[in-house]
Design a protein around this ligand. Structure first.
Ligand SMILES: [Zn+2]
Length: 150
C-alpha cells in the first residue's frame, strides 16, 4: 500500500497492508517487515514461522475517527533450541489491547480530567480506562526505578 500511510502511522517494524472503514471506524491491517527474529533463548536467528494470529488493538484516533490496528502476532520456531517464540512488537506492551501511545494519551488526559469523562470521550468502559491508567502508571514506576542511577 501507499508509503504515505506508513509515514503517518509511524510505528517501527510494520507496514500498512490495507485500510478499511467500517461504520465510521478506521481499520489498518499491518504486516511485519522482518522475515526473521532473534531467539531470546539462544540468540540464533530463525525465520521458521510457525503461525500468525493477528490481534486487534486500539490506536490513537485520526481525523476524528476511532482507529484499530490489526497487528501480526507471529510465533516462530527455533530449531537450535527447539522452542516456540512469540515475536514482540515494541509499540505494544505484552497482552495489551491498545498501543503504548494510546495508553499514554489516555493516562495524561485522565490526569487533567477524570476516568469517567475520558471513558465517555473514547467510548471505553470505566474498567478499561482504569486498566490503562494503572498499566501506564506501573510501567512508569519501573522506568523511574531503572533510571535512578542517572
Ligand atoms: Zn533458540
Amino acid at each position: 500500500m501507499s508509503f504515505h500511510l506508513d509515514y503517518l502511522l509511524d510505528l517501527p517494524g510494520v507496514k500498512v497492508e490495507t485500510c478499511t472503514q467500517i461504520e465510521g471506524q478506521i481499520y489498518f491491517r499491518l504486516g511485519a517487515l522482518a522475515s526473521e527474529i532473534v531467539c531470546p533463548h539462544c540468540n540464533n536467528y530463525t525465520e521458521e514461522l510457525h503461525q500468525n494470529r493477528p490481534t486487534l488493538v486500539r490506536d490513537l484516533s485520526v481525523f476524528g475517527r476511532v482507529v484499530y490496528l490489526q497487528v501480526p502476532r507471529r510465533q516462530f520456531y527455533c530449531a537450535s533450541c527447539q522452542r516456540y517464540i512469540t515475536e514482540k512488537l515494541e509499540f505494544i506492551d505484552k497482552k495489551r489491547r491498545h498501543t503504548q501511545r494510546y495508553e499514554q494519551n489516555i493516562y495524561v488526559r485522565v490526569q487533567q480530567s477524570s476516568m469517567e469523562q475520558i471513558g465517555r470521550e473514547e467510548g471505553l468502559s470505566y474498567d478499561e480506562v482504569k486498566g490503562i491508567f494503572s498499566q501506564v502508571s506501573s510501567s512508569q514506576k519501573k522506568n523511574v526505578g531503572s533510571q535512578s542511577n542517572e
